[in-house]
Ligand binder design. Sequence first.
Ligand code: DUC
Ligand code: ZN
Ligand code: ZN
Length: 479
Amino acid sequence: MKTLIKNGTVVNATGTAQADVLIDGETIAAVLAPGSTLLGFDLEGHVDTVIDAAGKYVIPGGIDAHTHMELPFGGTAASDTFETGTRAAAWGGTTSIIDFAVQTTGQRIETGLETWHQKAAGNCAIDYGFHQIIGGVDEFSLKAMESLVDEGITSYKLFMAYPGVFYSDDAQILRAMQKAADLGLMTMMHAENGPAIDVLAEQLVAQGKTDPYYHGIARAWQMEEEATHRAIMLANLTGAPLYVVHVSAKQAVAQVAWARDQGQNVFGETCPQYLYLSLEDQLGATSDEWGAFEGSKWVCSTPLRSREEGHQSSMWQALRTNDLQMVSTDHCPFCMKGQKELGAGDFRAIPNGIGSIEHRMDLMYQGVVTGEITLARWVELTSTTPARMFGLYGKKGVIQPGADGDVVVYDPNGHTSIGLGEGRSHHMNMDYSAWEGYEIDGHVDTVISRGTVVVDAGEYLGTKGHGSFLKRGLSQYLV
Ligand code: DUC
Ligand code: ZN
Ligand code: ZN
């Protein structure tokens, strides 16, 4: 099967070029000057499919390096399965995900990892890899870390939050980082001071402050800044590279920037919710059906931050200046009915998470439209850097000969209305959209995963099981 994408503007992290892209089988075979006859024959007559991308961008498929399909959380589980979540990802121009395999406290890493393989295998519409959550650092986990690289899992996540669930104390973090430094593993950190947050949350509830808004008050920016600093110091001491997930506070960005300025291998991601949504929006959200509990739709951790304090604009700035290097979703969807509503009357029981996997490419393209980032930076933040950060670059994250045929044709003159309402787009397994009413100047027209068209002209053409497991190499940012 040969596909020619002709007349488009190819956008890589390095810049743009007018070029035709030839995909042969699963792989990009050539990137040629438009209409090139270099091969000695008319290419169009020798391919199975021709896609005319005139006036459109041809970009490497999005890579969402932070998703939680079926994550057990707060007595329930994230509502997207690998089947529904990867299908929604494809709809939105994402062709690879890296999900978090979970080791819960008391369980062996090998068991948690095997469970995640079983959940994903044969179910994904697009390619998928895993990071490993270590929910219990002990002698068995430290030993099991030694096998992760061979399994193609070159990054693991620790939590400084959620005592009694995923939490690691400083001694555990130190031990895990020492091991990671030896092995070359990337340490991913959920950096919030969980024990202190739990005290604040308990005090708020005791005062009758139980609405979803208080989730963000308990998880104050000081809790994120302090934990980010502590993680940086422990990484500095051990020599472990550090990747701080879902950065939302401007003070935490400053910590990451400071560490990078010292020459430390510290990286940071943010997520669309921290660029667009705010604590004030959450406070103001009320509906006939849910009242102030409407705000639970945006309960996630780290939490939404105050716009008045300028966190959102700081995130955009950090993405421009490379103080933050990439954008993932932390896709962790829960329905209102039966899931978020577990926390009606006590915000601590609201399952934490927002579903955005389908909208990341569109929402970040709005940054191009509004002049926050360049076209090339859009691709870099959503595809190229995730590939490099997590050992996939060359195969993924770039349009060049030899790379996987993961390509999106994006129409800058198209339009996307997000949400569950009439004529809107939403394919995630949720009964609401955190992005209802968002209007996007741009549209994902065609999505190709390893040479197979999975979305085209508003139609889903993919299949469950097309996606394969990605055995990843070490981070390509580390020497
Ligand atoms: N944050 C979330 O919002 N959901 C899942 C886990 C996390 O850290
Ligand atoms: Zn987290
Ligand atoms: Zn997460």
